[in-house]
Design a protein. Structure first.
Length: 109
């Protein structure tokens, strides 16, 4: 994308910022400001839950914030996580450098 657009026209965010009711409102406000929209408080919308979570309910239905927390996710072994960090670490570091901040899933996070 950086070959097609100047860096000041690209906004990258961690999906974790939208997956948490505490940070989602601020994240949405930053995206809106970045694309030139008037300031808007997304608190009421965010309080309803997540929308279009994994394309399960469509854009008009909210999924409760704690729904995914209740679902069991298989754990990965520490060795496999280390291997993933080794494989994707250099790419993640470059992304974090471009973003000017880290995402919580980075190896050194």
């Amino acid at each position: 994308f950086y070959k097609l657009f100047p860096g000041d026209q690209i906004y990258v965010m961690c999906t974790d910022d939208l997956s948490n009711p505490v940070t989602a409102n601020g994240s949405l406000r930053r995206v809106a400001a970045f694309i030139g929209l008037e300031d808007f408080d997304f608190s009421e919308t965010v309080s309803k839950g997540k929308f279009n979570t994994a394309l399960k309910k469509g854009y008009s239905k909210a999924t409760a914030w704690d729904h995914e927390a209740e679902a069991a996710h298989p754990a990965i072994s520490p060795a496999f996580k280390q291997r993933l960090d080794e494989l994707y670490g250099p790419f993640n570091e470059r992304l974090f450098e471009l973003m000017g901040r880290r995402c919580p899933w980075g190896a050194a996070a």
